[in-house]
Each structure stands twice: as C-alpha cells, then as structure tokens.
Ligand binder design. Structure first.
Ligand SMILES: NC(=O)c1ccc[n+]([C@@H]2O[C@H](COP(=O)([O-])OP(=O)(O)OC[C@H]3O[C@@H](n4cnc5c(N)ncnc54)[C@H](O)[C@@H]3O)[C@@H](O)[C@H]2O)c1
Length: 437
C-alpha cells in the first residue's frame, strides 16, 4: 500500500489553518526572489479552458498579484476564446492576464507550447489526457495543479504515479483537485471527530452521488466522430472514465481518507436504463459497488445520473457508537438512538477550491515543495476498480486493478483519427454487458 494521507493531511491541515485568511496573506508572504523560470512573477498556463479550468485560473491568480496567466491551451478555439472573455470579466484578477495572441494554443498538441511558457500549469482537460499532460509538465520541470480524476484506466494511473515520483525528485509541487480534503467541513469537522472516536470504530460506510441526467451537446450535421466525442467527452469513458469516476470519485476519496486505506476488492452492478432521447453515449447511468477494505469494512457506493429519482450527495459512516452523515454542506452525528452528538453547517467557509491554490502557490513562493498527489491517483484507481467491477460483473481486486493492462486511449489523437469506440448504424454505442467477458 502506498504512503497514505493522514500524515499528509495533518500537514495540509496545519498549512491550511495558517492560510485561513487566504490569498491576501499569501500575497504578502516574503517572495523567494525568483521562481522556477528566473522571473519574479509566477507564470501560469491554463490547459483545458472549460468551466473548471477557467475558475481554477482565477483562483490561482487570487493567491497573489505575482501570478500572471501567460498562456492558454485548448482543443478548441471557441472554448479558449470563451474562457479568455470570462477571465477578463473578473475584476480582481483581470489585470493579471498577460496572454499574448500567439500564446493561445489550439489542438491536441497545444499543451506542449503552453507548458513551455509557464512555471505552473493547470491541467483541466477531460481526465483521459491527464497522464500525457502531467508527464509533459513534469518533464519540463513545471509545478502542477491537476483536476481530478487523474486518469481513466490503470495504464494511465501507473503513468501518473511515475510522473508524481519524478516530480518529487525534481522538487516540484503537485496539488490534485479533490477539494473536499481542504474544506472546513471535512478537514476540521468530519475527520477529526471520527479520529477522536465520536462514532466509535467504523463498521460500515456509504457513499452517494445520485443526481440528474447531464445532457451532452447536440451532434451537429457532418460532425466527425472524433469531434463529437471530444465535445461530448463526459459521455465517453476513454475521456471521462464514466461518472463513477468523474463525480463519484469525490465520495470515494473521502471514504478512503476516513478509513485510511484503499479497498482490497470491489463487486457491483450497473447499467443504462433511462430513455435518453437520442443522446446515446457510452456511460452507465447507474453503478452500485460494494467495496471491501482490508479490515473487512464494507462501503456501499452508489452513483446515478437519472432524472426523477432519489437525490443524495454525501457520505455516511456507521460506527460502534453512532453514525456520521455528511450531506453537501451539512454534517450530523448521532448515536444509535438518534440523539444528536454533534453537527456543523457550512455557511460561509472559505471555498476549498481556493484553498487548494493557496496551498500550491504558498509552497511555490516558499520553495517548499508540496507533492502528496498519490492519493489522487489511488482514489481515481478506486473509482476505476468499481467501474471495472460493474462493467464486467466480476469481483475485482486492488492488485488486479492496479496491474491491469486496460488502456482506453485511441491509437492517436488527431481530428481525422477514429476514437476507440464507434457507434453502430442505429447511432448507439456498444455498452459493456456484465458477464460477457
Ligand atoms: N474538483 C471539482 O469539483 C471539479 C468540478 C468540475 C470539473 N472538474 C474536473 O475538471 C476537468 C474539466 O471539467 P470541466 O467541467 O471544466 O469540463 P469542460 O468541458 O467545461 O472543459 C474541458 C475543456 O478541456 C478542453 N480539452 C479537451 N481535450 C483537450 C486537450 N487534449 N487539450 C487541451 N484542451 C482540451 C475542452 O475543449 C474544454 O474546453 C474534468 O476532469 C472534471 O472532472 C472538477
């Protein structure tokens, strides 16, 4: 088992507390004089200029006036332009945008040019590209903020783990976008209470990401299959990893963190059951996976993206003395008779996605590398393992998942290349059928 998070998290917790006043404080820290590129500004590149990447760039710049956005890269020019326009609307950070026209890069290879210009890169494309982009950033000696998930298959996970190790050897910082670990609700309320024994020994855990259908973009007349799948990336596991990865990873990561372990086995089921009005993708719309941890604790994990069904987004832990439920912004701890032992409501806590950047840029300014990113790879693998179990109908062990040769990537990334999975004549994609090998 890898070097896991509790120590890392205690370190982060201390740092996080020290940063409680946020970006302004970070900005006032003594500067190291020159950053990795020999500049007094921290040059930032954004790779993947969608909703999350754009917000992450603002959060990176909000950590201090010394951060300048110097390059942007996206598969599509329209996405890059939209992001650039939105960035210029942010009053507090707009004067930190210094992206020359010829530093806006487009296409599958755009990441290379953007990385070359930066000290720090934000990796916020669909996760299918994360291993490739992380490897390139680390090889070029750049610090990284990378969004979760960090890969979509075990081959990608191993590439990411190797890149994290290489980054450590180069004293580079990497922060992963699993922001719940930085939130007051989880880092200061949930984890410490559980460690203090408020619910006793944990005997079972439950995780939920049950929400509605996420509508993909419409297919345009004449659009190539590669273009369609890139635009509708969430629908295709070679790009998104399926929603058990792309969203449910948040819950799985919290359970791994609290249990201080990774699951030894996963078995489960899933499928695609709702009518989708011609929106045929390759995702299951529901997964139910039972994870077994090395100490025998079982996690019941369910995620669904179907309209009109029961909603819950959170985790529950059942212990010998009581139960702890976290639901979005609310924590409740009760004994087994239902008496309240503790509670917390996140009303105006600092945004944990801002805290991630505060921590990363604080490390860079101080020249004290922060790289505990393995947990992001292993929590991604937890989700992949669950997906392998529900797609196949088989029990999957941790070692099988970690060592699997499963590689979902296409033979090449190009607009005239075929994506790894093509639709049939009826427009439907071949969904995995459990039990069929
Ligand atoms: N931590 C969180 O809470 C959180 C929230 C939302 C999204 N995310 C993650 O952020 C990532 C992006 O999600 P999003 O919601 O911003 O999606 P998005 O579709 O809005 O943005 C993705 C962008 O990446 C671009 N892109 C795709 N392939 C590329 C490539 N090879 N090179 C360069 N650009 C490429 C797309 O054109 C698009 O502009 C995903 O991994 C997602 O899971 C995390």
């Amino acid at each position: 088992m890898p070097d896991f998070s509790p120590n890392m998290n205690r370190r982060h917790f201390v740092k996080r507390s020290a940063l409680a006043t946020g970006g302004l404080m970070a900005a006032s820290l003594p500067l190291a004089g020159a950053y990795a590129g020999g500049h007094d500004t921290i040059r930032l590149a954004l790779i993947g200029c969608g909703g999350r990447g754009t917000k992450a760039a603002v959060q990176a710049m909000a950590t201090g006036r010394d951060v300048q956005l110097v390059a942007m890269a996206d598969a599509y020019r329209d996405r890059l332009d939209e992001s650039y326009r939105n960035l210029l609307l942010q009053e507090d950070t707009k004067d930190q945008i210094a992206v020359l026209e010829d530093h806006k890069f487009v296409g599958f290879d755009a990441y290379r040019d953007a990385i070359a210009l930066a000290d720090v890169v934000i990796l916020a494309t669909p996760p299918g590209f994360r291993p490739l982009h992380l490897e390139a950033a680390v090889a070029a000696g750049k610090h990284v903020f990378m969004e979760k998930p960090v890969a979509v298959d075990p081959v990608g996970i191993r590439r990411v783990l190797a890149a994290i190790r290489a980054a450590r050897a180069k004293e580079l910082s990497i922060v992963v976008g699993l922001q719940r670990r930085y939130s007051v609700m989880y880092a200061q309320e949930t984890l410490p209470r559980i460690r203090e024994g408020i619910i006793g020994d944990i005997v079972a855990a439950y995780a939920y990401w049950n929400i509605g259908f996420i509508r993909p973009p419409e297919r345009k007349p004449g659009q190539s299959e590669m273009d369609y799948q890139m635009r509708a990336w969430y629908q295709f596991p070679w790009l998104s990893g399926d929603h058990i990865e792309d969203t449910h990873i948040h819950n799985l990561d919290i359970v791994n963190w609290v249990l201080d372990a990774y699951p030894a086995k996963a078995r489960g089921m899933g499928g695609r059951s709702a009518p989708y009005e011609g929106h045929y993708g390759l995702l299951y719309d529901h997964h139910f996976v039972e994870y077994e941890y090395p100490n025998g604790v079982l996690l019941s994990s369910q995620c669904r993206q179907t309209n009109g069904c029961w909603f819950r987004l959170g985790e529950s832990f059942v212990g010998t003395k009581g139960r702890l439920n976290v639901d979005l912004k609310r924590l409740m701890v009760t004994d087994h008779q239902g008496n309240k032992l503790a509670g917390y409501r996140d009303r105006e806590d600092r945004d944990p996605q801002q805290l991630e950047h505060d921590i990363l840029f604080d490390a860079i300014r101080k020249g004290q590398p922060n790289n505990a990113a393995e947990f992001g790879a292993y929590s991604t693998l937890t989700a992949i393992m669950g997906r392998m179990a529900s797609y196949s109908g088989q029990e999957i062990t941790w070692d099988q998942a970690l060592n699997s040769d499963l590689d979902l990537s296409p033979t090449r990334y190009a607009w005239d290349a075929d994506p790894p999975v093509l639709p049939g004549p009826d427009g439907r994609y071949p969904l995995p059928i459990p039990g069929m090998g």
